[in-house]
Design a protein. Structure first.
Length: 271
């Protein structure tokens, strides 16, 4: 990477305008194969990247809070992140007065994994014509109904008339998605707890595991109804970060990759 780019990024980080952080989002992006990550911290009020850390472990979170400092930390009101235990533990310890909201995107990601696991189990049990009819149906079960084409709707309708566990999984998935539309905390809590009972008695092990995950993080999921905070902007930033990586065919050095992210996605002032 050109030295001029590194100098521009260093200058931009030193001179970027600073405003108090009140609502932040935390997420990770894979930087190479082998479970190697960068953690991104985003100002969700201003759609701005504010910090990048190597890895996603407790040591990395300590580095973030050293950078943040206690004075700026006291101003943070809401933290939106996934259910990664390291993030959750660090936020509850360092920002005990902030509301922790679990990101809708990541909750639905876990839900879709449960659906897909049931689909794979069904696929392994089917034979003959039933198996041929079931072929290439993954996205039929995972797509939102309003995104299905007419032919896909007809095929899904035919599949739903069969007595397969995947049909129960699909209806459970769609029932869970109604939770996001509730605006009353009381009604949303009642509905989610009812759904958890359905999932726990569904005789579908992937949904029982998902129900346990939701129960363990219930407060942070229920806060969606009141706060309506999600990491959608951060997911967009992650896509830009991946474009930066692909454009350079991968960076061997972490600091070079981080510099490229700041240069392409940081919105830094120029010298």
């Amino acid at each position: 990477m050109a030295a001029a780019v590194k100098r521009a990024v260093t200058w931009g980080l030193e001179h970027r305008p600073w405003k108090p952080l009140r609502v932040i989002g935390i997420d990770e992006v894979s930087r190479s194969k082998g479970q190697r990550y960068l953690t991104l911290v985003y100002d969700l009020e201003r759609n701005r990247l504010v910090w990048i850390g190597e890895n996603r472990d407790a040591q990395m979170m300590q580095s973030f809070f050293r950078w943040l400092g206690p004075r700026r930390g006291r101003l943070i009101l809401i933290v939106c992140c996934d259910m990664w235990a390291v993030y959750v533990a660090a936020m509850r310890e360092k920002l005990p007065r902030a509301f922790l909201v679990f990101d809708r995107f990541h909750v639905v990601q876990h839900l879709n994994r449960a659906v897909d696991e049931v689909r794979r189990q069904c696929w392994r049990r089917l034979t003959g014509e039933a198996k041929r009819a079931f072929k290439k149906t993954r996205w039929l079960w995972l797509k939102n109904p309003w995104n299905l084409k007419d032919e896909e709707k007809r095929r899904l309708s035919a599949l739903c008339r069969t007595n397969q566990p995947i049909v129960r999984a699909y209806y459970l998935k769609e029932a869970f998605q109604r939770f996001w539309d509730y605006k009353s905390p009381g009604w949303s809590a009642r509905y989610l707890k009812q759904w958890l009972w359905w999932a726990s008695h569904s005789r579908l092990d992937p949904f029982r595991r998902f129900a346990r995950l939701v129960r363990e993080h219930l407060d942070g999921i229920l806060r969606w109804t009141e706060l309506r905070v999600a990491n959608g902007a951060l997911e967009g930033m992650n896509n830009k970060v991946k474009v930066v990586s692909h454009r350079a065919y991968g960076f061997r050095k972490v600091d070079t990759y981080v510099t490229a992210i700041w240069h392409g996605c940081g919105g830094l002032p120029l010298p």
